[in-house]
Design a protein around this ligand. Sequence first.
Ligand code: HEM
Length: 418
Amino acid sequence: MAGAELHQDPAAFSLLDPEVQECPYPFYASVRQQCPVYRLPENGFYLVSRYDDLKRVLRDTSTFSNAVGLARDAAVGDLMPSITRMYKERGWQPQPTLQRTDPPAHTRYRRPIARTFTARRVQSMRNAIAASVDALIEDFPDSGVTDFVSSFAVPLPCGVIADQFGVPREDVPKLKLWSDALMDSFSMMMTPERELEVAELLLEFQQYFARAFEERIRAPADDMLSDLVRIEAGEQPMSMNELLDMMSQLLTGGNDTTTGALAEGALLLATYPEVQRRLRTEPELVDNFVEEVLRLESPVQGLMRVTTRDVELGGTMIPSGSVVIARYGSANRDESHFPNPDFFDADRAEAKEHLAFGMGPHFCPGAMLARAEMQIAFRNLLAQLGSIELAAPQPTLAHHRSLLHRRLKALPIRYQTL
Ligand code: HEM
């Protein structure tokens, strides 16, 4: 990164600018250097850019609360009353659970999640994941060119999470449509037309999963939906509003983030042939490669918290009631923790210390599953394909617009089948 960029004033950038979202790293570097807890002039949110400050935010849930519903509702603006009416009349009013709650309420939602994401279950899924990976590679066109996002990075995690939920594979296209709608609803970048379209899609999502939960209550199966409705000693059953809000997080968590990470990893391989060569000769480095991908191109760039009291952080006084953006994407490139942070380093000793899965009580429960999918995917892609190259000029690649997430829209690659 050029030194001149590092010294630019953060005010020279806007995080709402599509160009800054496309490559936010010079902006993050200038914030880390000049004002590590930076108040975004556009919306007054406080961006936490440094590694140690972020850890403090993620651990101290009593000061940095996850109950940020109001900030998101404010982004919907004038449409909020009609959207609320739609849910009231035809669906279930979303009730904050998990990521939108703090301990002790959060602990109650985490219990069924811990039941379902056990190491044993993820281990038992490895063969099925490998079979899905191989089938997708097998289907790559003979022309030697494909869009990696639509032919691999989307269908792999969508299929895996459908199996986990216990819903049929033929419903995967619907899951993807609903997941995209949910991701848009978190983006804070929607037009009013899309807001209404998204609300309609989310009603469909609610009706589908409400039926699926009712079936599992009548006849439990060995799947995640059954784990969520099962009640163990001392537990209170969850309402349908709670179950559906949990599902919205599991659906988006379960596929979009992994899609983003898979595509960024493939882009890294296609851009740096020397990395491919090294991983082909030393496949044991693939696990560290996966960690470096998550560190460098964190699919969740930021999430929100709200302060419950006045608090000083990184030299800035944040008033009570302020929205804070925990910026994983910046902390993971903090030079005080990761030497030479903008460079991929296959041997980086501290690669796994990234915060791409968060930390503390909200640490991503799907991390083990996401890592398994990425490790198997890259190991098998490298074993089954010869050179992987970009099939489009780098500047034509683009990410979806979002204040919080990072996902490539498409990634045309050229490959040789071995
Ligand atoms: C590369 C893939 C993934 C990334 C980068 C990722 C990242 C994250 C992050 C940053 C958080 C918030 C942590 C915090 O607040 O500090 C989170 C929470 C969460 N993730 Fe993931 N995730 C991934 C995959 C998954 C998968 C595969 C699932 C489910 C199948 C999942 C489900 C969830 C859920 C339910 C939460 C909320 C947990 C809570 O608030 O207690 N994620 N994830």
